[in-house]
Design a protein around this ligand. Sequence first.
Ligand SMILES: C[S@@+](CC[C@H](N)C(=O)[O-])C[C@H]1O[C@@H](n2cnc3c(N)ncnc32)[C@H](O)[C@@H]1O
Length: 268
Amino acid sequence: MNDKLSPVAATSVGVARIRARESTRADRLFEDPFAAAFAAAGGDPAVSSSTHSERLRIALYVQVVVRTRFYDEELLAATAAGCRQVVLLGAGLDARAFRLSWPDGVRMFELDQPEVVEFKDRVLAEVAAAPRCARTVVPVDLCADWSTPLRRAGFDPAVPTAWLAEGLLVYLDAADAAQLLSTVTAASTAGSRLVTEAGHAKTDLAALGADSAGGVTSLWRGGLGADLAPYLRDEGWDVEEVRLADLAAAYGRPAPAATAGFLTAVRR
Ligand SMILES: C[S@@+](CC[C@H](N)C(=O)[O-])C[C@H]1O[C@@H](n2cnc3c(N)ncnc32)[C@H](O)[C@@H]1O
């Protein structure tokens, strides 16, 4: 089944594989009971992790598990603080709608390429998964007009929203990442929040021995890189940076050499 997914779409299965592995650990940072089904349905990796150095493999693993736990906490905090819409940009096989306990009235919108949305919902139907909030999938190209389909799906820009761009921006070039974030800004009333990677992942992780042909990093276009935080500040967001190494230490995991971290932003 996975050979039908394009390489970028198949990166969602790669993340699910990591979440499935983490979920079996006694000291797991989260439990994702759906990740194993996604990994099994996804078949063999489309991009070969065997081309990655051991240091890069470990760094990718730690980055995914730490960010999963951190974004779980951030999104639950945002909804506890009053955000009643959650939008997952490049949702991939994110199962937060199914595995987290959401306050009443939360509406979640999951945006990804049609092929990913179809694959995900087929697997979820096979395991009879039931969402724990109102969930709407919106198949889109995030480099085209996605705000019109989002609004048609019921999204209300007047409602404070928690936005998540997890493992997404690095797959876009700078112009597409900027356009996407400007669209997010235009759809965000005061008090809305955004969480995402800090933007240095390409340089940080690639330095760990990547860039062999066929590796996942060959799909990375870099997003806004180091310009991400200044860009968001200029757009009207209060931005804080959180270092991955600090979070990893707080969660009791050895800190990787990579210094990539995360941004939390609140719309002024
Ligand atoms: C590494 S996966 C991350 C998925 C999910 N956020 C997670 O962390 O589990 C990247 C996702 O971004 C999606 N994506 C990349 N470019 C996209 C685009 N132009 N339009 C829609 N989705 C896109 C891919 O289809 C894929 O599901």
